[in-house]
Design a protein around this ligand. Sequence first.
Ligand SMILES: [Zn+2]
Length: 278
Amino acid sequence: MPELPEVETVRRSLLPVILHKPIEYINIHYERILQHISAQDFSQQLLGNQFLDLTRRGKYLIFTLENDLELVAHLRMTGKLIYYSDAKIPLAKHTSVVFGFDSGDALRFEDVRKFATLDLVRKAEYGQVKGLDTLGVEPLSDQFDLSHLQGLTKDRSTKVKGLLLDQTKVAGLGNIYVDECLFLAKIHPERPASSLKKSELKKLYLAIKHVLQDAIENQGTTLRDYRTGYGREGSFQNKLQIYGKKGEKCPRCGVDIKHKKVVGRTSHYCPACQREPL
Ligand SMILES: [Zn+2]
């Protein structure tokens, strides 16, 4: 599932190629991707309109349009937003929506599993977009620092992995990057959040910034479906240290990497570097 670095990579790859191009046609092949709006209304409001900006919040992509509208996309499991410089290139099998520009190119939303969503809302009226207006802090913003993380963990007995996966606390982290960050900070995923010492919290917030930035620089992690806005694979899968490495040796100490279910998610960790809570 795409997490912050993958969604940010899609944003950065699409930004130079989709703005200020009048939308000439819209083909909707999978109508249920649209939330709270009919295909007819959706097309009507977008035809002749144009994307003015593309921003990201957590794992959501927000396309600013004319007429105070915003198109909000969530890729969920397997969604891909891919730019095609030539709209005549045959459609991929699982294409849900095509935005065709009058310049002969197109943006296509492809989705094998069909969980991805599109919302069309009035500017910043995110109440109807499930999860968007309750998002927590952006981990790469200046607002996310040691004192913010201290505030989030204080008096919370929840497991640190669960806290970091909670989108209302920190926006954009998912299973892969939480495992990588906890490994880097040498913190076991089942540690109660409130038990983390100040020195550990400092390592953790720095690990979060470092891992996310590094993953963005490497265009995200492609394990299966994820592609950039140009349809290319990311390369951070080659830099993963712990996620998916069950049976391999810890790159830091050489002990066998383990995995177990934590808050319902398969979690990878080094039993020597990341001590289990007592
Ligand atoms: Zn280790």
